[in-house]
Each structure stands twice: as structure tokens, then as C-alpha cells.
Design a protein around this ligand. Structure first.
Ligand SMILES: NC(=O)c1ccc[n+]([C@@H]2O[C@H](COP(=O)([O-])OP(=O)(O)OC[C@H]3O[C@@H](n4cnc5c(N)ncnc54)[C@H](O)[C@@H]3O)[C@@H](O)[C@H]2O)c1
Length: 394
């Protein structure tokens, strides 16, 4: 007999790119095995009604479709909200969701800037009964999960260096029209860091690698783009950022380089993590989604990088055979499985890797704010780490 699953009734605010990814993941939930929880999309909201049509023609479960998110928040049929809206709306909408008593899955950067993020965290603290996490799906790729396992097993020895990054190239085309992600008013002064940085920091912050200091090099490469009527308008946000960080954690002390780039020629959506250690090194990139490169160092033996072909070895077991490929929609679904599993089962969740906590999102804001200061001053900016090293869940 089929197991009865706990249904979590969701409302989606923001029916754009990521709102659809969630809905699609929920629609093929049967893909996952052995999970005692399932999301159901019962409410949708978008300021632009045309964005809701795809949902309405594909989801019979939708009971409320509205342009005013307050209607979703007032509905007792909805217990959790996925909010995927432009960054300038995070502070108001996330706070309103929480004050309405809804669990929240927010998108990064979890507030357009440090002040917005600090306010969101203060509202979260007023609602300890609510469960809040921030999106970041790439660490759910099997290659990233393998590296996490190696970290937990302390296979690396002394860590020599960490490099993590997220690279895009669609902004290389100067004719690409301006959109909200290229304006400071809607995307924020962090630019590419706010857009891409939480993905890069999820695993480092989970490992407790809050940097002691940051030296940033930021660049604005394409400074104008066609506006709605084709006339060039300022494109103000940082396109590329490289952050050089010093990490001191437990006995480990190493440099960590974080790259977030919207103009990286040839890279369509490359998330990568590379950890070099004295005993073991490993790297994974979504560019080669089934390959884990690693090297065991044994003194006196050949230093040989090996490539392991990974299949569908996901955190949450699925119907896909272990030899087959894993892709972006799978990572999104695994992230949603982790959110729903943790919402319902808390510390007894089925596997150990949980979504970004609000505290980790707050740490990312401290790093990006320091990076902006470093760019302005040309200096290395120190960060307080003592209170930050805990990865305690809340
Ligand atoms: N996790 C990821 O991989 C990932 C990828 C892309 C974007 N994001 C994040 O998701 C969020 C949304 O980005 P997107 O790419 O989906 O943007 P998008 O522009 O595709 O969608 C945003 C939607 O929000 C709607 N909206 C705007 N104001 C609204 C309001 N007041 N009420 C209701 N709806 C409103 C817009 O009409 C639009 O349909 C951002 O925080 C972004 O950083 C995450």
C-alpha cells in the first residue's frame, strides 16, 4: 500500500523563471522515492497576470490566483510560501509572509542589501515557530555531494586552497536588453555577487569557512544596454567579482577564492568547487556534470588526477537508474525535497544536507558588503568571525 505523505500546501509569489522550476519539480514529485512529504501548489501570485497562465493551464491544484500577494497570505489554505521576486522586494514580501504566519522559502540574496537582510532576520527571530530557508540548488549535484562527504570524512588533510565560483556568459552580448538584474535599484549594489554569490558560498559557509578578511576586485564591463525603446541606458551593476579571502577554521588556515561572473566567455551556467589538500584534492563543475575529478596523494607514489563518472547518486533517492545523468531540474527538485523534508521532520530529516539557513544568508551579506568596501578603498577588509563560525540551524 502507498505510504500516506504529509502534504505541504504552498503559495508561490513570483511566477517567473524560478517559480516555474519549483512548480515543475512539484509536478513530478513521484520521481522521488521514500519521501514522506510532498508539496502541493495551491496559490500563485504575480504582478503580471500573463505570468500565471502557464501555472493555471498545468496545475489543477491551484485554488487562488491573484496579482495581490496579500490574498495568498490571508488564506488559511496556504501554510508555506515560495517567494521568487526581484531583490528590491525581498525585505517587504519576506517580512509580510512571516508576519502572516507562513513558513518561507526565500530566494537569494535574501534582501537587496545588508540593511534589508538584517531586518528580515529580525522578523525571523520574532517567529521562531516558522521554518525559513534560502534557495541554493547546485550543492545537490552528486559531484558536490561527493565533495561534501569527503570534507565530512576529513579526507583532504591540510587544506591548501579552496576555489569556488559561478560563471555566466549571456551578458557578453552588449545588445542584450537591460532588465531588473542589471539595475542597482532592483538588483542591488552587490550586482553579480548578490545574484550568484549565495550559490558559491553555500558549501563553504556550511563548513564554517567564514572568511577573516576579503580583498575584492569588481568590474563593470558593459556599462550601457538597450532600454525598453532600444535607446541605451546605464547598466550600473557589477558584472564580475573575484573575492580573495583568508579562512581560519579550527586547525585549517587557507586562501579561498570566490568568483561570481556574468561575463565569463564560453560559460553558460558553470558552478564549480575545487578543494586542494595535502592528502586529497577534488573538483566538480556543472560544466561536466557527471565527472568528479580527484587525486589521492601518497608520498612516493605518482600524483595522478582521476575522473570518476558519476550517475544519479542523489541525496534523495529517485527512480532514475544510478548510471544515468543528473541535471539542473534534478538539483532544483532535490533542494525542494530538502526544504520539505526539513520543514516536516526537522533534525530527523532523511539525509544530512539542508538548505541555506537565514544565518548563512546573513553571512553572505557581510562578505558582499565587505567586498564593496574593499573595491571602494582598495584595501583588505577584516570580518569578525567569532560569532559566525557556528552553523547551528534555526
Ligand atoms: N535559485 C536560482 O538558481 C535562481 C535563479 C534565478 C533567479 N533566482 C532568484 O529568484 C528571484 C526571482 O528571480 P527570477 O529569475 O525568477 O525573476 P523573474 O523576473 O523571472 O521573475 C520574477 C517575477 O516576480 C514578479 N513580480 C514582481 N513584483 C511582484 C509583486 N509585487 N508581486 C508578485 N509578483 C511580482 C514578476 O512579474 C516576475 O514574473 C530573485 O531573488 C533571484 O535572485 C534564483
Amino acid at each position: 500500500m502507498a505510504k500516506i505523505k504529509r502534504i505541504v500546501r504552498f503559495g508561490i509569489i513570483g511566477c517567473g523563471l524560478m517559480g516555474r522550476e519549483f512548480a515543475s519539480a512539484a509536478a513530478r514529485w513521484c520521481h522521488l522515492l521514500d519521501l514522506d512529504v510532498q508539496p502541493r501548489i495551491v496559490g500563485i501570485c504575480d504582478a503580471n497576470p500573463a505570468m500565471m497562465e502557464w501555472f493555471q493551464s498545468n496545475f489543477e491544484s491551484i485554488e487562488i490566483a491573484t496579482q495581490d500577494y496579500h490574498e495568498l497570505l490571508a488564506s488559511s489554505a496556504i501554510e508555506a510560501i515560495y517567494c521568487a521576486v526581484p531583490h528590491n522586494l525581498h525585505e517587504q514580501l519576506y517580512s509580510d509572509c512571516l508576519n502572516a504566519g507562513k513558513h518561507l522559502f526565500g530566494e537569494k540574496p535574501f534582501g537587496i542589501d545588508m540593511a534589508a537582510n538584517t531586518h528580515i532576520l529580525s522578523v525571523i527571530r520574532e517567529h521562531p515557530e516558522l521554518f525559513v530557508r534560502c534557495a541554493s540548488e547546485f550543492p545537490f549535484y552528486p559531484g558536490a555531494q561527493q565533495i561534501l562527504q569527503a570534507l565530512h570524512e576529513e579526507r583532504f588533510g591540510t587544506i591548501i586552497e579552496v576555489q569556488a565560483g559561478f560563471l555566466h556568459s549571456s551578458d557578453l552580448d552588449p545588445a542584450k536588453p537591460i532588465n531588473w538584474k542589471r539595475r542597482i535599484a532592483t538588483n542591488g549594489e552587490y550586482g553579480c555577487m548578490g545574484d550568484l554569490g549565495m550559490h558559491v558560498l553555500h558549501i563553504p559557509l556550511r563548513m564554517g569557512w567564514m572568511p577573516r578578511n576579503v580583498r575584492a576586485l569588481l568590474s563593470n564591463i558593459v556599462r550601457e544596454r538597450p532600454g525598453p525603446n532600444g535607446v541605451l541606458v546605464p547598466c550600473e551593476t557589477w558584472d564580475n567579482a573575484t573575492l580573495f579571502c583568508e579562512v581560519q577554521h579550527a586547525e585549517q588556515h587557507f586562501p579561498m577564492t570566490l568568483e561570481t561572473k556574468r561575463i565569463a566567455p564560453g560559460e553558460s551556467n558553470t558552478w564549480y568547487l575545487r578543494i586542494i589538500g595535502t592528502r586529497y584534492s577534488a573538483e566538480f563543475s556543472t560544466k561536466y556534470p557527471r565527472s568528479l575529478r580527484f587525486m589521492h596523494y601518497v608520498p612516493g607514489k605518482a600524483q595522478t588526477w582521476q575522473v570518476q563518472d558519476l550517475g544519479y547518486q542523489a541525496a534523495y533517492p529517485a527512480i532514475t537508474g544510478a548510471i544515468f545523468e543528473f541535471g539542473f531540474p534534478d538539483a532544483v527538485q532535490q533542494m525542494w525535497a530538502a526544504y520539505c523534508d526539513e520543514l516536516v521532520n526537522r533534525e530527523r530529516m532523511q539525509q544530512a544536507f539542508y538548505c541555506v539557513t537565514p544565518e548563512e544568508a546573513a553571512q553572505s551579506h557581510r562578505i558582499f558588503t565587505a567586498a564593496l568596501e574593499s573595491q571602494r578603498s582598495g584595501q583588505v577588509i577584516a570580518l569578525e568571525t567569532e560569532l559566525e563560525e557556528s552553523t547551528t540551524r534555526s
